[in-house]
Ligand binder design. Structure first.
Ligand SMILES: Nc1ncnc2c1ncn2[C@@H]1O[C@H](COP(=O)(O)OP(=O)(O)O)[C@@H](O)[C@H]1O
Ligand SMILES: [Mg+2]
Length: 452
């Protein structure tokens, strides 16, 4: 059942209940008024009859006087009178006007029972009559109450129906933005983040619409960023492959060629009987193989960055530094590693490694430093602090147009509740990147990430 139908049904039920209660109260009041009126009518009738009967013994025509007495009740709204003979038959009865449209029996029953009728004995010797019976009659009053009741019910039903139609239209209009919002949520569910809703309507809806638009915007930005990260990852992978192919070609290729030449030379020396020269050739082959072994080991290090989990964080960072030292012997790398890294969760180790890797990469690429300091420490609050400081010339001027290295770093760090700051070093040349991570993944580091 739709929310709109529910609200309309609820209002209808409330209207019905209040109508019923109103009717009950009105019925109760009518019932009281009616029985009071009947009792008063009956009391008055009894007085009239009693005073007429008091004069009856002096009458020279009691039968006529009694007939007249009964006739005075013709048309009386509340009482009917009847004169009974000694054998119980009705001699005369007053004429009661009956309503054109009497109230239905159930309604009269609701109004309560009529007061009991009254019998007043006629003095003895009054031409053979025994008593006068006064019966309260409520037909006329009940019919009037019934007409009134029908009127009230019709007015209530009419205004209730008009009210419900109005409520229906008002609610339909009020819910229209909600329907639009639901539609847009559906599109978000299918991965389409382009939809936005018009910000209009009451405050509660405005908050919802603004929140939705902000959320859709954030989702779109994050998705774009993820796609870019993915693209960049592919580019990095391709660059790395090309690098490895070049290294294989340039470093291993010539040595393989040389080893092959040396081996052929051994065959020729053997054929011509110059055995004394052979050990020299064998040593040259051994030297070439040793060189190639070193090259292959370096390649393996680059091909297997997962060494963090295998060899530990400290070893992985040391490998990284060796990698850069070989390529940039002009840069001094100062490294302080953790004494005890075993208690760190694997994800934290992985994130720390990636931060150090990207920061070192950035320092070399963007800052041309003479010295890079990498420090891993656990402070008194048991927070792991990772800092990479260079003394390069970079001031981060082109940061806005930069790649996704810093963004990716921050996403990794904040994903485990940590914080990351980066920017020019306070009071010195160069840049500092600082990451703070709770070693326990259930805890979060208090200060949030911000561009320093
Ligand atoms: N150590 C640094 N010294 C100076 N500037 C830096 C340093 N690290 C990063 N930056 C600046 O921040 C920008 C963004 O870095 P990053 O997100 O890693 O992207 P990319 O390295 O692909 O340019 C860089 O382009 C550079 O301008
Ligand atoms: Mg970078």
């Amino acid at each position: 059942m739709s929310l709109r139908a529910r609200v309309v049904a609820l209002i209808a039920v409330v209207l019905l209940i209040s109508t019923l209660m109103g009717t009950l109260v009105a019925g109760y009041q009518t019932r009281h008024a009616l029985s009071a009126e009947l009792a008063a009518g009956l009391g008055g009738a009894r007085q009239t009859v009693n005073s007429a009967l008091e004069d009856l013994p002096n009458s020279d025509h009691p039968a006529r006087d009694l007939h007249q007495l009964i006739a005075t009740f013709d048309g009386n709204l509340h009482v009917r009178s009847a004169l009974l003979t000694a054998d119980g038959r009705t001699a005369w009865a007053s004429k009661t006007t009956l309503p054109d449209q009497p109230a239905p029996r159930w309604f009269r029953r609701l109004l309560g029972p009529d007061p009991t009728r009254l019998s007043i004995a006629v003095p003895a010797g009054s031409a053979g009559f025994r008593e006068i019976v006064l019966t309260p009659t409520s037909e006329i009053d009940a019919a009037a109450a019934w007409r009134e009741f029908i009127g009230v019910v019709m007015v209530l039903c009419g205004s209730g129906a008009v009210g419900l139609v109005l409520v229906y239209f008002v609610i339909s209009a009020a819910f229209r933005p909600l329907r639009a919002l639901a539609g847009e949520f559906g599109r978000i569910g299918t991965g389409d983040y382009t939809g936005r809703v018009v910000e209009t309507g009451p405050t509660e809806l405005l908050d919802l619409q603004r929140g939705f638009n902000r959320m859709a915007g954030e989702l779109a930005v994050t998705t774009d960023r993820n796609r870019l990260l993915g693209d960049q990852l592919l580019t990095i992978q391709e660059e790395e492959r090309a690098d490895i192919a070049r290294d294989l070609h340039d470093d291993i290729g010539p040595h393989l060629f040389a080893v092959n030449m040396d081996a052929e030379m051994i065959v020729q020396l053997n054929e011509v009987g110059r055995h004394a020269a052979i050990p020299e050739q064998v040593r040259a082959i051994q030297a070439g193989v040793r060189h190639m072994q070193r090259q292959v080991r370096d390649l393996l290090v680059r091909l297997r960055p997962t060494r963090i989990t295998e060899l530990g964080l400290n070893a992985a960072i040391s490998d990284l530094i060796s990698f850069w030292t070989v390529r940039r012997p002009d840069i001094a790398f100062d490294v302080t590693l953790l004494e005890e890294e075993a208690q760190l969760p694997e994800t934290t180790k992985d994130i720390v490694y990636r931060v150090v890797q990207e920061a070192a990469n950035n320092a070399v690429r963007h800052a041309d430093p003479r010295r890079v300091r990498i420090a891993l420490e656990i402070d008194e609050a048991q927070v792991l602090c990772v800092s990479i400081t260079d003394d390069g010339a970079g001031r981060g001027d082109k940061i806005a147009g930069g790649g996704l290295g810093l963004v990716g770093m921050r996403e990794r760090v904040t994903s485990v509740g940590g914080s990351l700051t980066f920017g020019p070093t306070d009071g010195a040349a160069g840049w500092t990147i600082r990451a703070r991570l709770a070693p326990d993944p259930d805890r979060t580091v208090k200060n949030t990430a911000a561009i320093a």
